[in-house]
Ligand binder design. Structure first.
Ligand code: ATP
Ligand code: MG
Length: 1026
């Protein structure tokens, strides 16, 4: 089987993408680390840096710019299924985005890997993907800009050049991007974790302090530096020379400064805030330059230059600061005393202050960015979220300290979450597909998490206890305590407890944790101090008095009165991790596992030893094992069938039955054994990649066969066309002659026709004669063809093409026939009852809004009197002759109460009679119109002018013989054209300009009620269905 075929097999992939396997689940030898690494290597050599393990993306840092991040690439991944395109960080971003939108479930993308593996770059690529591909309004654009610009700012203050990475993030970062219901980013929120504050005061050889210090010194304007009391030379500052690394070729501090300065403005910093922020940065540099001298036992500051700057920049009293930097406040017998510090203590106090100031300012900065990213649209709080976690991966150095302990603990927790969620989602998929779950053996690292974090018994608790207890606690007593308490734990060992072999590779001041990813020795030196993270009280007091607005927010006065000991660093970290786990648990995760290919930041170098180490520490083999535990491959039936249908005569070219039956037929034809696959509800699950590869091979062969056939066909075709070409040359000459002759003949005929036409037009009014014969025929012919195309569509359509003079009479006859025909066709469709009720031979009609109403000319055929009119009424009518009388129901205009009345029609008016009295008279002249519904309710409204004082508004009536009644009214009042047939509702005036509404709804039974909205609601069957 060739390599191309072995690759992931979706049709959209190019041959280049098919190097190795694109998804490790398709590795036949999935338990072999060597096979795993070989696959990574093959792909890396082809610049294919991304490979999947199921839905987990493994990314190898290319250390060079690849042309795979432009807009076209983004478009390629937008809205496309994972497996249809080659693996990419954009596919992960898009997949999360689509899941968020379609399933309305919050998502998170967890990016991990060791320093320099490309986590931050990956998170930036994801952010850029959303910024470019998501919909945006003006407001959204601002948020997008701020989200993007938060990166350079946080990187300036939180990243530094280390030996491993020129732009190493020295803090963990979790960022929420909030999307509104349209999928546009409308806000964001960042949580930072454990900034490496020690870097402020110390850097290892070859490393630098945080970028911002160098950017400010290199890029800051002359004026600014003068105000800050800084020189444009990093070598001048003690805090910047510890690593002896002032310049880094890959970093341009000056241009980075410009980027950061601009980003601060985009985020919403005004000039004053920037100045206050930079005052703090400059203060840290000045603090570093504070030098101590004096006698042994009591340190004093040798030069007051720095103190002057510090007093101004921090907005504190210089003398108070000087004292706080050289003394410690102690409380003895209820009294506060200032005890002098020795040189070492004073230096530590100063460094503690620098670290505290920088660390708190960093947190303030994150809060400030959060404020700027906050979604301020109150109406739009119902957003969905995609979280991005860019956090330090497992770290193992020669000498591992408190920081590595915290970082590795964090990774232990993330691994736990990862296993739990991966297993969970696998299990859920099996359940959804109705496939029995087969338990997977895996290492549950909860035991290690417990060892670190368990209350009272865990390492963090023991460390805290040592930090808090009175007496001479030290790093070594902490180690002893550990031995006493967790000495028996299977994942814990110390020099003392170890066997001979382990002892050789362990120091006496170390303890070893057997992490899920491997063993790490931690040196206990500095654990207590780092965990305490103490800042002397009097230094805190000075900072609380600062006039710098940022510092007043960072050092809260309440902190001074709070007698409780501040939480230790490890406990704070533990708590924030627990919160992070909660956040992540509530979301659907995706994973990006970053790998660094070599230690020299070189493109194209694949250091196998280093990579094996990371594959192990990232737990990738374990991940693959879990993912492959049951079935290597699964696809929806339609996708599977579509791809392989050509391999089975029954499914080719199309399968018309159930999809699952189609797939069953197909795989049976291919000879799949029962243990090789399972049929789920919507997917086929294939256990071994080899089964799939065989199928893919078959497809390739089939394609090849088809291609050969096509080629043969093509060859034949091309020979034939060559022959035809030759023949065509001979034929062409002959054919051209024929064509020319035909064209000449046609031209002659056309000239004749035009001549005859003009002659005919001139003589058109004469009797038919040879001169106009052609023209008249032509005009008649055109009229009739035009008429055929433009016949009226319905009886109300009065349009009719204008006939030529010779056809006036015929045209009129045709028009009548056409009308009659339309009426006939309509009548044919009407029910017998209708026909019975109305004598259709003598009809005129009104047609409005799609409804037909007939009015008989021979209305004498309709009944004239449908009731016994009382003599009293006849008397009241006097000379007026009654033309029609019918019982009606009258609805009052407000409460819609129904009352029985009589309606009489005379020559001049419609009269409403109540118990023998003529109650209301509507002169036909005043009758504005009549509205009636298109249903069978019998309701109609007589509209009268609203300014007619005699009338109290329109009259709502209902007649059982509504057609007859309306015909009579229409004819008596000569209002046939004033009948409005309404389909939905009728408006009527209630009097004094007020209006009411009758709503009509088609239903099975007649129902007249007053609706909640005050309308009269009428439900009735349709007329035709009567
Ligand atoms: N996809 C990529 N394409 C090109 N270069 C990359 C890519 N990913 C990373 N790099 C290079 O590798 C360097 C280190 O990457 P990045 O800063 O993302 O590492 P990291 O995993 O965040 O490390 P740390 O834990 O130290 O913060 C980048 O500065 C960049 O030069
Ligand atoms: Mg980083």
């Amino acid at each position: 089987m060739n390599e191309g075929v072995r690759a992931m097999m979706e049709s959209a992939l190019t041959a280049r993408d098919r190097v190795g396997v694109q998804d490790f689940v398709l590795l036949e030898n999935y338990t072999s680390e060597a096979a795993f690494i070989e696959n990574l290597r093959k792909r890396f050599k082809e610049n294919l840096i991304y490979t999947y393990i199921g839905s987990v993306l493994v990314s190898v840092n290319p250390y060079k710019d690849l042309e795979i991040y432009n807009k076209n690439h983004m478009e390629r991944y937008r809205g496309v299924n994972f497996y249809e395109v080659s693996p990419h960080i954009y596919a992960v971003a898009d997949n999360s985005y689509r899941s968020m939108r379609t399933e309305r479930k919050d998502q998170c993308i967890l990016i991990s890997g060791e320093s320099g593996a490309g986590k931050t770059e990956a998170s930036k690529k994801i952010l850029q993907y959303y910024a470019i591909t998501c919909p945006a309004s003006e407001h959204v654009q601002t948020i997008k800009d701020r989200l993007l610009q938060s990166n350079p700012v946080l990187e300036a203050f939180g990243n530094a050049k280390t030996l491993r990475n020129d732009n190493s993030s020295r803090f963990g970062k979790y960022m929420d991007i909030q999307f509104d219901f349209k999928g546009a980013p409308v806000g964001g929120h960042i949580i930072n974790y454990l900034l490496e504050k020690s870097r402020v005061v110390h850097q290892n050889h070859g490393e630098r302090n945080f970028h911002i210090f160098y950017q400010l010194i290199e890029g800051g304007e002359e004026d600014l530096l003068r105000r800050l009391g800084l020189e444009r030379n990093p070598q001048q500052y003690h805090y910047l020379v510890k690593g002896n690394c002032p310049k880094v070729s890959s970093i341009n501090d000056r241009s980075d400064w410009k980027v950061v300065r601009k980003a601060l403005t985009v985020i919403g910093f005004n000039d004053d805030e920037v100045e206050e922020l930079l005052n703090i940065i400059a203060s840290v540099l000045h603090l570093g330059n504070v030098q101590y001298g004096g006698e042994e036992g009591s340190a004093c500051i040798t030069s007051d230059t720095q103190i002057k700057y510090l007093a101004r920049l921090l907005g504190v009293n210089g003398a108070v600061l000087t004292e706080a930097l050289t003394h410690k406040k102690i409380t003895a017998k209820g009294e506060e005393l200032m005890s002098p510090l020795n040189m070492d203590q004073a230096s530590s106090a100063r460094d503690a202050l620098s670290k505290a100031v920088y660390g708190r300012t960093f947190t303030w900065l994150v809060n400030k960015i959060n404020f700027s990213l906050a979604n301020k649209d109150e109406s739009n709080k119902n957003y969905s979220v995609i979280g991005l976690l860019d956090i330090y991966g497992f770290e193992v150095f020669q000498n591992n300290s408190f920081e590595q302990f915290c970082i590795n603990y964090c990774n232990e927790k993330l691994q736990q979450l990862f296993i739990e969620l991966t297993l969970k989602s696998e299990q859920e998929e099996y359940e959804a597909e109705g496939i029995t779950w087969e338990p997977v053996q895996y290492f549950n690292n909860k035991i290690i998490c417990d060892l670190v974090e368990e209350k009272f018994k865990g390492i963090i608790s023991i460390l805290d206890e040592e930090c808090l207890r009175p007496g001479d606690a030290s790093d070594l007593t902490f180690l002893e305590k550990l031995e006493d308490t967790v000495g028996g734990h299977p994942h814990f060992v110390t020099h003392k407890l170890a066997d001979g072999k382990t002892r050789k590779v362990m120091g006496r001041d170390e303890f070893r944790l057997q992490h899920y990813a491997g063993d790490v020795n931690y040196n206990v030196n500095g654990f207590l101090d780092k965990n305490n993270d103490l800042l002397f009280r009097n230094l805190k007091e000075v900072m609380c008095m600062s006039e710098n607005n940022i510092l007043t927010q960072c050092f809260d006065k309440e902190e001074l009165s709070d007698k409780k000991r501040p939480e230790t660093a490890a406990t704070q970290f533990k708590t924030s991790l627990a919160k992070l786990m909660e956040i992540l648990m509530s979301k659907e995760p995706s994973y990006v596992r970053c790998i660094k290919p070599n230690d020299s930041k070189q493109a194209g170098r694949f250091d196998e030893v280093l990579i094996r180490h990371q594959v192990k520490y990232l737990g990738l083999m374990e991940n693959l094992r879990v993912r492959r535990a049951g079935f290597a491959y699964r696809r929806r039936y339609e996708v599977f069938l579509q791809r392989y249908k050509s391999l089975c005569p029954e499914t080719w070219p199309n399968w018309h039955g159930k999809l699952s039956d189609g797939v069953s037929t197909l795989v049976k034809h291919l000879g799949y054994k029962p243990e090789e696959y399972k049929m789920g509800r919507s997917k086929i699950f294939i256990r071994f990649p080899k089964t799939l590869f065989a199928t893919e091979d078959a497809l390739e062969t089939r394609k090849h066969g088809l291609a050969t056939k096509l080629q043969a066909g093509w060859k034949g075709y091309s020979q034939k066309s060559k022959y035809q070409k030759l023949r065509a040359i001979a034929i062409q000459a002959w054919w051209r002659g024929i064509l020319a002759r035909r064209r000449a003949k046609r031209r002659r005929q056309a000239a004749d026709t035009i001549r005859r036409f003009i002659k005919g037009f001139i003589n058109r009014h004469k009797e038919r004669c040879p001169e106009n014969e052609y023209f008249l025929d032509y005009v008649r012919y055109s009229f009739l063809t035009n008429l055929r195309k433009n016949l009226p569509k319905n009886v109300l359509d009065k349009s009719w093409p204008t006939p030529p003079a010779a056809l006036t009479e015929a045209s009129e006859l045709l028009r009548k026939m056409c009308m009659q025909n339309m009426v006939w066709s309509y009548c044919k469709k009407t029910s017998p009852e209708w026909k019975h009720q109305v004598n259709i031979h003598h009809l005129d009609f009104v047609f409005r809004d799609g409804c037909f109403f007939f009015f008989s000319h021979r209305h004498s055929c309709l009944r004239s009197v449908r009731l016994n009119v009382s003599p009293k009424v006849l008397q009241a009518l006097g000379n007026e002759k009654m033309k029609y009388a019918v019982t009606v129901t009258k609805y009052d205009r407000k409460g819609y109460k129904a009352r029985t009345r009589q309606l009489l029609l005379t020559a001049n008016s419609a009269i409403i009679v109540e118990e023998g009295k003529l109650k209301q008279r509507i002169d036909y002249g005043a009758l504005k119109g009549i509205s009636v519904s298109s249903l069978s309710d019998g309701l109609f409204v007589l509209h009268v002018p609203s300014d007619d004082n005699k009338q109290k508004g329109d009259v709502i009536l209902q007649s059982e013989h509504v057609i007859e009644t309306l015909t009579k009214i229409a004819i008596c009042a000569d209002k046939i054209n004033n009948i409005n047939i309404s389909q939905g509702s009728i408006q009527f005036t209630v009097g004094q300009g007020k209006e009411g509404v009758i709503d009509f709804t088609a239903g099975s039974e007649l129902l007249v009620t007053k609706a909640k909205n005050g309308h009269l609601s009428v439900t009735a069957p349709r007329l035709n269905s009567r």
